[in-house]
Design a protein around this ligand. Structure first.
Ligand code: URA
Length: 290
C-alpha cells in the first residue's frame, strides 16, 4: 500500500503499523534516507500541521481528520546506496576490516559509529553497543535492541532487561560484573527478526568485541544468538545446560559458551523460569570454580 492524502485516519494508522511503526518518538518527521547535500532545505523536518477545522467537525469526521496526518512517504523510499553498498559481501568485508583494526572496546565503538553498512542504522535512533564491564569474566549476547534500548542506547533496559537483572542478582551478579551486548547493534523496525544480511554485517563487530573482552564464560540469550555463536541448529531447549567451545583466530584459547532462554521468552512462558534459574546457578558455580 502507498500512503495518499485521501486515506482515512484508520488507514494511515494501519499503514504505520504494517510498516513497523509502533511508537512515536518525536513530534516532527525525520527523513533518514535523504542523501547528504540533496535538497537539504526541502527535506528538512516539517511540523505536522494541525487540522484547521477539527473543533468544528470533530474527530469522528473521517473526511477531515486524515488531512492532519502527513504519511511518512520518505520512509518507504528505497535507500540511496553509496559506493560499494550494493554488495553484501563488500559490507561484510568492510565490517571485518574495521572490527579487526579496533584495538580497544572504545575503538570498536568508534568503528561502529562510523560504519554505515548495516541498514538498521537508517531507522534506529541510537547505536546500542554494550552495557557493563569490559573486563568482565561473563559476557551475554542477546538478539537485538527493542524500543527502550533504541531510546536509551543501552542493551536490555526494557522489561526483559529487568528480568535479566533479577535473574543475575539471584546469583550475585550485576552489570558491574558482566558485559551485555547483542547480535545486531541497531533496533530492527517494529522489533522484527534481523535479516541474515543485518546479522552478517554486525557479526564481525560482535566477534571482535568477544576477542577484546575475552571473557571466561559466554552466554547466548535466546535462539538467534545461540545459532550464531554456538554454531548449533538445535533450539535453546536442547542447548541450555550444555557447554560449547567458542573460538576465533584472535582468541588465545576457546571460551566456554552456553545458551539460556531469552528473558522476553521467559516473560511470555514463565513456566521455563525454573530451568533458567538452574542454568544461572550452574553458570555461577562455573565462575566460582575459575
Ligand atoms: N532483547 C534483546 O535481545 N536485546 C536487547 O537489548 C533487548 C531486548
Amino acid at each position: 500500500m502507498v500512503p495518499t492524502n485521501s486515506m482515512t485516519a484508520f488507514e494511515v494508522l494501519r499503514w504505520y503499523v504494517e510498516a513497523g511503526v509502533d511508537e512515536t518518538i518525536a513530534g516532527h518527521p525525520v527523513n533518514r534516507f535523504r542523501p547528504v547535500g540533496e535538497n537539504a532545505a526541502e527535506s528538512m523536518p516539517q511540523p505536522l500541521s494541525a487540522p484547521k477545522d477539527l473543533s468544528d467537525k470533530g474527530f469522528s469526521d473521517q473526511a477531515t481528520a486524515p488531512a492532519a496526518f502527513v504519511p511518512p512517504v520518505s520512509i518507504v523510499k528505497a535507500p540511496v546506496l553509496g559506493p560499494g553498498e550494493g554488495s553484501a559481501n563488500g559490507e561484510v568485508t568492510t565490517a571485518v576490516h574495521l572490527a579487526q583494526a579496533a584495538e580497544t572496546v572504545d575503538g570498536l565503538r568508534r568503528a561502529l559509529e562510523n560504519f554505515d553498512g548495516c541498514g538498521l542504522k537508517k531507522t534506529a535512533t541510537n547505536l546500542v553497543f554494550l552495557d557493563g564491564n569490559p573486563e568482565a569474566q561473563v559476557m551475554l549476547i542477546g538478539e537485538g535492541p527493542g524500543a527502550d534500548e533504541d531510546r536509551q542506547g543501552l542493551p536490555f533496559v526494557g522489561p526483559s532487561g529487568k528480568l535479566l537483572d533479577k535473574m543475575m542478582a539471584s546469583v550475585g551478579l550485576d552489570r558491574t560484573k558482566v558485559l551485555i551486548s547483542n547480535t545486531v547493534f541497531w533496533r530492527p523496525p517494529g522489533n522484527r527478526t534481523p535479516t541474515t544480511q543485518e546479522t552478517a554485517v554486525c557479526m564481525p563487530f560482535v566477534e571482535r568485541l568477544i576477542e577484546l573482552v575475552d571473557p571466561k564464560i559466554l552466554i547466548a540469550l535466546g535462539g538467534p544468538a545461540a545459532k550464531l555463536l554456538l554454531a548449533q541448529t538445535a533450539g535453546v531447549g536442547r542447548l541450555r545446560g550444555k557447554w560449547f567451545p567458542y573460538s576465533t583466530p584472535g582468541l588465545s584459547c576457546p571460551i566456554d559458551a552456553t545458551a539460556l532462554f531469552h528473558p522476553a521468552y521467559l516473560l511470555r512462558s514463565p513456566g521455563q523460569k525454573r530451568d533458567t534459574w538452574k542454568d544461572w546457578r550452574a553458570i555461577k558455580g562455573k565462575l566460582d570454580a575459575l
